[in-house]
Design a protein around this ligand. Structure first.
Ligand SMILES: [Zn+2]
Length: 207
């Protein structure tokens, strides 16, 4: 599996580009910004983007989705519980002092237990509310990888003081859904360095 991680935009959101080496089908997760650079990676590997997945509707994760959808024609997946937050994208831009972005039309809901694919590889959707009500994580068992959005970070957890945040809920999501995953699972957080489930189980001061 091809996997490139590109930190994009002012807040350096980790955008993941997954590509199947045989079918050349790709999935892009959290295209927050810098769509030209994302497309460059897609083209360099000779990939076709088949899906765009948003882990949650914060502007640093969803801000470039409209542009990427226009360029690729790929459908956009997001959990329906974040639609209210997605409608506040202009306000989010204002709060961060960013230029407003064009909002994207969501094509498909990514709900708990849904299975998406990149070529032959399964991607399991896990609903992990707390950072936002529609936050999801993506688990790829055969790759031993977890895209954690802003739910779990190396040595930290997602903030819960923004609209839709809930401190008790994020801990519940992490304890019930993420920490039981195999310890060697590589965690790719929404920002910052990778980690593993085992490392966070043992060292994360918030857990
Ligand atoms: Zn966020």
């Amino acid at each position: 599996m091809i996997h490139e991680i590109l930190p994009v935009g002012m807040l350096q959101c980790n955008c993941s580009i997954f590509g199947d080496e045989t079918t050349r089908e790709a999935m892009v997760v959290d295209p927050g910004d810098e769509i030209e650079s994302i497309l460059e990676i897609v083209q360099r590997h000779g990939l076709t983007v088949k899906s765009i997945v948003i882990t949650h509707a914060h502007i640093d994760h969803i801000g470039g989705a409209h542009k990427l959808k226009q360029a690729t024609g790929a459908p956009v997946y997001m959990n329906p519980n974040d639609i209210a937050l997605q409608k506040m994208l202009d306000m989010q831009a204002m709060m961060l002092g960013m230029r407003p972005v064009e909002n994207v039309a969501i094509d498909l809901g990514a709900k708990d237990g849904d299975k998406l694919v990149v070529g032959a590889t399964e991607v399991h959707v896990m609903h992990t509310p707390g950072h936002t009500q529609g936050s999801i994580c993506l688990w790829m068992p055969s790759e031993k990888k977890l895209i954690a959005g802003d739910t779990l970070f190396r040595d930290s957890i997602g903030r819960t003081d923004l609209p839709g945040g809930n401190g008790k809920q994020i801990l519940q999501s992490i304890h019930e859904k993420l920490l039981p995953l195999p310890g060697e699972t590589v965690v790719i957080p929404g920002h910052g360095e990778n980690t593993t489930i085992e490392r966070e189980r043992e060292h994360n001061p918030f857990l």
